[in-house]
Design a binder for this molecule. Structure first.
Ligand code: NAI
Ligand SMILES: N[C@@H](CC=O)C(=O)O
Ligand code: NA
Length: 817
């Protein structure tokens, strides 16, 4: 025997009911089944609301009841052929006549007792189960309508009646023996010995199903609802939440205490006591295995799920006079009980200096008043402080029986929270080791849940959540690269990179699950694209509240660089090829580094110098290991090296500059390269990385932009004007050639001063052989003294730069593991 229960959403309308019928017919072919139905979705609420309206003399209840009546008639007409409709329509009509009389009575005497309310509430299930039993007959099933009031006996605590199990079990068994056919049972309703109608309280229909399952020792109980089982966490907050395949009864109880509202375990008790397996299944996705809840040993992971509860406040009861005083906690809890306040979590440290309890925020006033009244003398004497209330809190709890005797769960939990800058206000774990709960600020709830979810369930795949500003040459290349490499990273490095925000200077767009990187739209073409607003972008990034968030700045914008402080403050890591922040004031450079350190996040910018070539990291390693930089001599501009080496092949200067831009070597504005500014910035950054207090004024820069081209408005106009100077550059080249030399645009840093400019070098110089977009950096240090350390290779271009940015992002994965 199997008991199936379908909730209100499963029977909300004809379309859904057809799905329910499919499921019932399929199961009836294999097994003996009985089916419990809730009222059609929303009906009970309307009935109860109308009763209140009637009591308050509000006549509009009649309209609401009329709508319900028509809804049931419509359903009969939709499900049952016309020739067979009359008995069913009559049944419905009689029920609504009864309701009309009932409501009229309430309206007249202006009174509606809990007993009357139970009677009113019973109509929803009595209507749905009857109509559906008849409709299933039309489908060829031999059904038998069972009004559960005939067999479920309760006391007369109306609204939340207690079941008399011995009597009920006998009645159910007798009924099933003496009545053939597939029972179609009303959920929620029961009756007293005297035949008064009662209801079974919250999730009453689940309870009905469990009562029948238990009385009949069913093989299984299936709860059909609108979600595919119990999820690992609240899917509205944790996008990667998934269905838990199997839970023990204990785990199900713990999980549903906070958050997972799929079942209300109290209602499952009768089935649990008998060890009957319970399946949570989805009417709208019947093939999904859903969740099995049974008494088997816990399976799988260290924890099963992460539940949460918002709207919490913490009460701190503390004072020096409370230490080692027996009876304090009894009085605290007594006072809370007297005030009718439900305690959600308790924590007391062994110093006994304070007791901390978490309660629902709407009960704070009652609780505070109750406790302060109880301790009025102690507070007056200064032995105890007034109760301190911290509001806007939430509880997160890791749940699973495998935590028992298995060290590491709390370590992993608090590590994940700490790494993501989630402050923990209170902690509780019972000795059952089934649940570790932590109180966090409500603003951090989503981040906390995601961090925990990742730590416990996705730990094979740590996820970096990227927000990318600047989808230009480098940004686009980066997206493409991540898309191509993602599978391998997931498989071989336990790392996933998702992009949740994209922006250029005009538009921005966001995606909760991460954009489809293989077909990533431009920001302006993405769904929900909005005009770019940098502050809004950052706010949205913070609101999405992912753990391991990375802000990637692929612009050359000062405005974006100016937000780094704000971003780091939010504990978000930064990866950027944009040199503006590090080449601004020395103070800003230092304070950003300090802030990143303080906030425990990384600020990575390898591509600030020589694109993907390992220059910054190498220099940082040298410094960390105690070396000292004496001199840096370098070619730091890919575009300038390209331009001066291409010039040798005979093309005009302006033409070569254009090609350098087309090849993606130059800055967005090529004058930044030609003016030496870009190289100036790079040598400044290298100096600072070498722990020298370098300012921009310490650099002498020779500009290659002819005077009259400096003030031109557009880049196109600049190119036109530049043509007039092709001859001068050809002449410079000739002069060098005549001496057997080559032109190299380079930077030198020594004794706290830097020089940037064009040099003519003979063949003995290491830079002589550079080609194309090559960069070359010579570090002369205390350790690399006689011969410098040399780094050489292409130092500009979309791919080598994007690769460097990508490598920094991946590096973050290693840091924050
Ligand atoms: N091209 C190269 O070889 C290398 C470039 N870099 C750096 O990479 C960065 C990006 O360069 P490219 O991709 O070539 O530039 P790009 O001009 O192709 O792209 C820049 C993107 O940033 C966007 N943008 C500009 N200001 C913005 C703002 N305030 N808010 C939002 N978006 C904004 C633009 O709309 C554009 O989508 C620059 O900082 C550059 O110095 C670093 C190393 C090498
Ligand atoms: N424009 C730069 C590339 C970025 O740093 C160059 O030409 O080297
Ligand atoms: Na680099």
């Amino acid at each position: 025997m199997k008991i199936l229960k379908f909730g209100g959403s499963s029977v909300a309308n004809q379309e859904n009911i057809r799905k329910v019928f499919q499921i019932i017919k399929k199961q009836a072919k294999k097994d003996e089944i009985a089916v419990v139905f809730s009222a059609l979705g929303g009906v009970t609420e309307v009935l109860l609301r109308s009763a209140v309206k009637a009591r308050e003399g509000d006549k509009s209840y009649t309209d609401e009841i009329k709508v319900l009546e028509d809804r049931h008639y419509d359903l009969v007409r939709q499900l049952i052929p016309i020739q067979q409709q009359s008995t069913v329509l009559t049944y419905v009509k009689v029920r609504f006549n009864e309701l009309e009389d009932l409501f009229h009575g309430i309206y007249l005497i202006k009174e509606c007792s809990p007993k009357t309310l139970d009677y009113v509430g019973s109509f929803g299930e009595r209507l749905s189960a009857f109509v559906l039993a008849e409709a299933l007959k039309v489908e060829g099933l031999n059904t038998h309508y069972l009004d559960a009031r005939e067999v479920i006996r309760t006391n007369n605590r109306f609204g939340n009646a207690k079941v008399d199990f011995p009597v009920t079990n006998d009645l159910i068994q007798d009924y099933f023996h003496s009545h053939p056919g597939m029972k179609i049972i009303t959920g929620f309703v029961a009756s007293t010995e005297k035949g008064e109608t009662t209801t079974l309280g919250r999730s009453g229909s689940d309870y009905t199903a469990a009562i029948f399952a238990s009385a009949l020792t069913a093989d299984t109980l299936e709860i059909w609802t609108d979600v595919s089982g119990v999820m690992t966490s609240d899917p509205r907050l944790v996008y990667s939440a998934f269905t838990i395949p199997q839970l023990t009864y204990n785990e199900a109880m713990e999980l549903s205490h906070f958050g997972a509202k799929v079942i209300f375990p109290a209602t499952m008790q009768p089935a649990m006591r008998k060890g009957i397996p319970i399946y949570i299944k989805n009417t709208f996705e019947p093939e999904h295995p859903g969740t099995l809840i049974n008494s088997d040993a816990p399976t799988g992971k260290l924890i099963k799920g992460i539940s949460s509860l918002a709207g919490i406040s913490l009460l701190n009861i503390q004072g020096a006079g409370l230490m080692e005083v027996v009876g304090v906690s009894r009085r605290v809890f007594g006072a809370l009980a007297d005030a009718g306040v439900n305690i959600i979590l308790i924590s007391q440290a062994s110093s006994e200096h304070s007791i901390c309890v978490a309660i629902k925020t709407n009960e704070v006033a009652l609780a505070k008043e109750g406790i302060e009244k109880e301790f009025i003398n102690e507070i007056r004497n200064g032995e105890m402080d007034p109760v301190v209330v911290v509001s806007e809190m939430a509880v997160v709890a890791a749940v699973g029986e495998n935590m028992k005797h298995n060290p590491g769960a709390s370590g992993r939990m608090f590590m994940a929270l700490g790494r993501n800058n989630v402050n923990v206000y209170a902690i509780a774990q019972g000795s059952s080791e089934l649940n570790i709960s932590a109180v966090v600020s409500q603003a951090d709830l989503q981040k906390a849940l995601n961090a925990l979810h990742e730590a416990f369930f996705l730990s094979e795949n740590k996820v970096l959540h990227v927000f990318l500003v600047g989808v230009g040459l480098i940004g686009k290349a980066l997206i493409k690269m991540i898309s191509l490499q993602r599978k391998k990273l997931q498989k071989e490095n336990d790392l996933d990179v998702q992009i949740h925000g994209i922006a250029n200077s005009r538009f921005m767009a966001f995606h909760e699950d991460g954009f489809d990187l293989a077909n990533c739209p431009a920001p302006e073409d993405a769904k929900g694209a909005q005009p770019m607003d940098l502050q809004k972008f950052i706010k949205q990034m913070e609101d999405m509240n992912f753990s391991n968030t990375v802000f990637v700045d692929c612009t050359a914008s000062q405005e974006v660089a100016d937000t780094y402080e704000q971003v780091l403050e939010a504990k978000v890591a930064i990866v950027t090829p944009n040199k503006k922040a590090n080449s601004g004031s020395l103070e800003n450079y230092k304070s950003l580094k300090k802030l990143a350190y303080k906030r425990g996040v990384k600020f990575l910018y390898e591509t600030n110098v020589a694109a993907g070539l390992p220059v910054i990291n190498t220099l940082q390693d040298l410094m960390l290991s105690g070396d000292k930089v004496l001199r840096i001599e370098a070619v730091l501009s890919g575009s300038m090296n390209y331009i001066f080496s291409e010039l040798e092949k005979g093309a005009p200067f302006s033409e070569v500059v254009k090609v350098a831009k087309e090849k993606g070597y130059t800055e967005p504005d090529p004058r930044d390269d030609l003016s030496g500014m870009d190289v100036g910035r790079k040598i400044l950054i290298l100096g600072r990385e070498a722990e020298q207090d370098l300012h921009f004024e310490d650099i002498t820069i020779q500009s290659m932009v002819p005077e009259d081209c400096r003030e031109t408005a557009s880049i196109d106009e600049f190119f036109v004007k530049l043509q007039a100077h092709d001859g001068e550059f050809a002449q410079m080249l000739e002069t060098a050639k005549s001496k057997g030399e080559k032109l190299r645009f380079m930077a030198t840093l020594e004794n706290g001063k830097a020089k940037v400019g064009l040099n003519s070098l003979d063949s003995t110089h290491p830079f002589y052989t550079l080609k194309g977009s090559d960069n070359m950096i010579l570090f002369t240090t205390e350790r690399y003294h006689d011969f410098p350390m040399i780094i050489r290779g292409p130092g500009a271009g979309a791919d080598v730069t994007a690769a460097g940015v990508f490598a920094d992002v991946i590096r973050l994965g290693n840091f924050s593991r």
